[in-house]
Design a protein around this ligand. Sequence first.
Ligand SMILES: [Zn+2]
Length: 63
Amino acid sequence: MLFQIKGKKRFRNPEKKMHRVPCSRCGKETGVPFRPRLGRPVYCRRCFARVLKEKKAKEEAND
Ligand SMILES: [Zn+2]
């Protein structure tokens, strides 16, 4: 019996419109697939991961 191995999942829109915005944390320009809302911080990938980590740590500390 033959099994077909599917390739990597493709993103629906690889060339999705990106909004160029400066990262709220390091100031580096980054692209986000959504329209950034006024007053909402936007992070580059690196900072986003850090912010998530910090948030998690905070939540754990508050517990
Ligand atoms: Zn950043």
